[in-house]
Design a binder for this molecule. Sequence first.
Ligand code: SF4
Length: 343
Amino acid sequence: MKTLLNDVPSGVSSLKAWTLAAAREVYEAPFNDLLFRAQTVHRENFDPNLVQLSKLLSIKTGGCPEDCGYCSQSAHYPTGLKASKLTEVEHVIAEARKAKEGGATRYCMGAAWRSPKQRDMDVVIAMVQGVKALGLETCVTLGMLSPSQAASFAEAGLDYYNHNIDTSERFYKEIITTRTFADRLDTLENVRRAGIKVCSGGILGMGETEDDRIDMLVTLANLPAPPESVPINMLIPMPGSKLADAAPVDPIEFVRIIALARILMPQSYVRLTAGRTGMTDETQALCFFAGANSIFIGDTLLTATNPGDDRDSSLLRRLGLTPKALEVSRNVGTVGALRGDIE
Ligand code: SF4
């Protein structure tokens, strides 16, 4: 049974709270019925042939005090990754300029921190302002944020904050022990209250059940406002990490989760994130049909591999998909190589 939420901001279409049982019923429908429904919802809310492109840069790699079992950057596991210092602002802006020339409309910057220290805030804010000045949307992922830190980023004009809930509340403690599921929700609330758009999703393939995956999406869909951006990752097992030997995800189960995300969060961008290197073109095509409409471009994602521009431009061209342009209200200049390849 679905019940009305009390605290839904105006303009948010998701007025119902999903239960696990209702979401599971959708997820378990015959595959063709599920995909037809997801594609129908997708067409009601988006141009079905546009894909938003983002680029991700690690601005501070490794040495993280958190113990996320899937991550090569955690100091808790012998992954062999060398910790780096915070990148120079000028380097980040130069890389963002290249990303824009490559067709990206959003530039995401990630640091392996539990939460940003005060001395780091000024540097990251300068990065946000510099990238924004190029006409790109900005996103950062820096760990937990306090209300005052979120307010500082909002003042700097940050568009999105990424903070994944990763999995269900039930399974979360099997993967991370250094911060709680409630901590994650608190950061999402701090970001939302500051007026920054929320990017939050999770990872499949960590040993969770299908119910855990469905429950993760139910949690996101039932937030007072669902995230504007929902990244769905397929685990890339990192050597040395706790999940180095995790079993691969069934691609059909992965596509079902993409479809469910589209149905539960009709107006959110659903992003195929890590793990695309392990997917066939056909699996990715099914994901796009199921409602995924955002990808990361480039050949790396923080420390993991990504398909790279050549394979992506070829795939998008074969599928007749077009990169979404920056909003026309922005002063955007040229949209670059990847976009040009396809048009
Ligand atoms: S996922 Fe983020 S918070 Fe967790 S260990 Fe990796 S860098 Fe740290």
